[in-house]
Design a protein around this ligand. Sequence first.
Ligand code: AMP
Length: 446
Amino acid sequence: MSFSNLGLSNEIIRAVTERGYTKPTPIQMQAIPAVLSGSDLLAGAQTGTGKTAGFTLPLLHRLSSDQNIKGTSNGYPPIRALILTPTRELAAQVEESVLSYGKYLKLNTMAMFGGVSINPQKRLLKGRVDILVATPGRLLDHVQQGTVNLSNIEVLVLDEADRMLDMGFICDIRRILSLLPKQRQNLLFFATFSDKIKALAAGLLNHPKMIEVARRNVTAETVTQKIYKVDRDRKRQLLTHLIQQDNWHQVLVFTRTKYGADRLVKQLIENRIQALAIHGNKSQSARTHALAKFKNGSLQVLVATDIAARGLDISELPHVVNFDLPNVPEDYVHRIGRTGRAGASGEAISLVCVDEYHLLADIEKLIEQRLPFEVVAGPGDNFDTKPKPITNERKHRPKGSKRQDRSTAKPSPQTSAKQSAPPTVIGGKKSDARPGASRRWAKRSR
Ligand code: AMP
């Protein structure tokens, strides 16, 4: 099967050939004919499967074969296709793909998201925009200001729809849907199936074709998954050790909180490891800068919250580390899906402490897989500590007490001793591991 068998135009085939694609991926083989036929689509695609081209190529074909622009005008020319994405980074990335696949076509594409000035976007919208890639919040800002014309949307794509629902965008999506013409094609892409997706699909799609290229909630076979069970105070030391020992040049590290991400970056920099953080409290320019540096290979470590867990495509990313396990087991699948994309191999490592064993159990249940683990033990580690509840916020400061930046705060003597202890022992088998500790630890956790 080749792209030309799928009925796409020569201009599109030329563009994908130049990108080095020789044959369609499984999702593309199914999605392209379905979208070209004009029917609605409900598509479950494992992350990294080439789903962006799966909807973009037939969309470009469809729009370029019929250049008759209809629709009413509010002073702003009507837009023909709307692609909604959950995050700004994903919107920018999808726009890049649309521009690349459509480079030989006469179609105009625009990305629209918050965190940047709205005025340049208003100016662009005054001209012709065929394809708009947007995040819901900023699109609604434009709707409110009357600076976007959605009266002629022919195709609506909800990309990573499950993530949009998880992020609480359902009301925004409903509002946007109410502004679109009734007659249109709807394409709904999700990575993880849920009842919420089912409900959204039921209200949105009209006799959809359904495709699912991978089993639900599974991880890619190309990703080697490893768990290091480690004392909670030893995680940073272990991460530093792994990065330095194996000379990792590009690693995406996930933390549970924005604060945790910032703190880890500071600590890595103190260890002379180049790192930047990306999360919702960073300005859009800082987010864009960090991601661009990471993608082009000039930044060694990108520390991210789950904002970066979906959709982001980093070419041949070799390592993903879960510094903290996610609270929601599905996020594990998405996080590690940043590596091992498009058939490349990758390694996903999770650093798991006693507080997170229940999260690990939830993940293993979801992916229906027992994950192999190694125990990391070092001097001073106490494997008999009780699990502490996981909090997502920084600790509450008692009234009147002085703010203390935990990244620069003095560690407790116990933590400090551990962190200056000899190199981390992996496997708990070396002589400086507490005898029996790793076995007990392992036994208790299984
Ligand atoms: P996506 O799942 O859309 O984010 O795509 C994942 C990666 O697969 C991207 O780097 C694409 O450039 C790449 N890709 C998409 N389609 C193909 C194809 N047919 N052949 C090779 N690589 C592809």
